[in-house]
Design a protein around this ligand. Structure first.
Ligand code: ATP
Ligand code: MG
Length: 256
C-alpha cells in the first residue's frame, strides 16, 4: 500500500523542501519507490533537481487544473526508484483560478486516487501559508509530517497548524493522520534550541520523532549542484539524520 505523506508547516523556511528531497532519497536508499510532488509555485524542490520551473509544460499545475491529465503524464524519473511531479510557475495562478470551484481542495486527491500508484511513498511538498495548494496537499494525503524549526516561537506556528489539521479532518479528509513531528535546523551548541526541543517533547510526546536534523550552512550547497545532501555529502550528520528519520517514518505513523 502506498503511503501518501504531505510535508506541511505554514511557516516559511522551516525545511519542508529540504526534507522532501532528502527524505525521498533516504527512502530510495532503503529500496523504496518514491514519488515527490512539488506543489510550491516557487518550485524549490523542482529546482533542486536541476529542472527549470519556467520551462516545463506538464507539471503539478496540469494535474490539479485538468481532470483529463493523468499522473503518468506529468511525472518524470529523476533518480533510480525516484520520480518527480515538478512545479511550474503557472501553479501560482491556480489559487486564483480555483477560487470559486467547489472541489478546489480535492483536485490533487482525485488525480492520485484514480488507480494504483506504483510507489511505496508519495511525498508532497507544500508552499508556506495555508492556501488552496497547501489544502490540496492535506486533502490528498493519508498522513501529515511536520518539520519544526528548533527556534523561538516554533510552538506557536505548530499549534495553528494542528488546528488546521483538525479542521481538514472534520471537513475534507477524515482519515488524515499525523505521521509525526521532527525538529529541523537544530544547533547542538545552543541552550535555546535544546529548550525548544524539550518543550516540543513535553507537549507532543511520542508524536515527536527522536531524530533531530542539525543545522549546517552546507545544506544550501547541495541543491545548487542539483543534488540532495545524501548524494552531495553522504556521510554528513544531516544526511545521516534524514536516513534515521526515514527509518522512523518507515516504522509507521504515530497515529494509527
Ligand atoms: N538543516 C539545515 N541546516 C541549515 N540550513 C538549512 C537546513 N535545512 C534547510 N536549510 C536552509 O534553509 C532554507 C529554507 O529551507 P527549505 O527551503 O527547505 O524550507 P521550506 O520550509 O521549504 O521553505 P518555504 O516555506 O519557503 O517553502 C534554505 O535556504 C535551506 O537551504
Ligand atoms: Mg519549500
Amino acid at each position: 500500500m502506498t503511503r501518501i505523506i504531505v510535508i506541511a508547516n505554514q511557516k516559511g523556511g522551516v525545511g519542508k523542501t529540504t526534507s522532501a528531497m532528502n527524505l525521498g532519497l533516504a527512502f530510495t536508499e532503503s529500496g523504496q519507490r518514491v514519488l515527490l510532488i512539488d506543489l510550491d509555485p516557487q518550485g524549490g524542490l523542482t529546482a533542486a533537481f536541476g529542472i527549470d520551473s519556467y520551462d516545463i509544460r506538464r507539471s503539478a499545475f496540469s494535474l490539479i487544473m485538468y481532470s483529463h491529465v493523468s499522473l503518468a503524464r506529468v511525472m518524470r524519473p529523476v533518480r533510480e526508484r525516484l520520480a518527480l511531479v515538478p512545479a511550474s510557475i503557472d501553479l501560482a495562478a491556480s489559487e486564483v483560478q480555483l477560487a470559486g470551484a467547489p472541489d478546489r481542495a480535492q483536485r490533487l486527491r482525485a488525480s492520485l486516487r484514480r488507480g494504483q500508484l506504483p510507489f511505496d511513498f508519495v511525498l508532497i511538498d507544500t508552499p508556506p501559508g495555508l492556501g488552496i495548494l497547501a489544502a490540496n496537499g492535506l486533502v490528498a494525503a493519508d498522513e501529515v509530517l511536520i518539520p519544526v524549526q528548533c527556534q523561538y516561537l516554533a510552538m506557536r506556528g505548530v499549534r495553528a497548524l494542528m488546528d488546521t489539521i483538525v479542521r481538514v479532518k472534520k471537513n475534507l479528509n477524515p482519515t488524515l493522520r499525523l505521521t509525526g513531528l521532527f525538529g529541523t535546523m537544530y544547533r547542538a551548541d545552543s541552550v535555546h534550541a535544546q529548550e525548544v526541543v524539550d518543550e516540543l517533547r513535553a507537549v507532543f510526546g511520542k508524536r515527536m520523532f527522536q531524530t533531530l536534523i542539525q543545522y549546517d550552512d552546507a545544506v544550501a550547497e547541495a541543491p545548487i549542484v542539483g543534488l540532495s545532501v545524501l548524494e552531495y555529502m553522504p556521510r554528513h550528520p544531516i544526511a545521516e539524520g534524514y536516513r534515521a528519520l526515514a527509518q522512523e517514518v518507515m516504522r509507521g505513523s504515530v497515529e494509527s
